[in-house]
Design a protein around this ligand. Structure first.
Ligand SMILES: [Zn+2]
Length: 71
């Protein structure tokens, strides 16, 4: 069984396919049935269906969270 990647706003995700600008890192803006991500290279935002996005994620770097910070 494959673990389902958990995506949350502010997370930085690395995609298997880089953006045309050459960067493959995107910041998650909004999560729903569609996920809105912003390219960290050129700042363009892209809306991708969640199922499609989950398949093309290589790595997730959790972003700053306001609700659960142990610091
Ligand atoms: Zn880009």
């Amino acid at each position: 069984m494959k673990p389902i990647p958990k995506i949350a706003p502010c997370d930085v995700i690395e995609m298997k396919k880089p953006h045309p600008c050459g960067k493959s890192a995107f910041e998650v803006v909004r999560v729903g049935s569609d996920v809105r991500i912003v390219c960290l290279g050129c700042g363009r935002d892209v809306t991708v269906p969640r199922i499609k996005l989950e398949k093309s994620i290589r790595k997730i770097t959790p972003g700053r969270k306001s609700d659960e910070s142990p610091v």
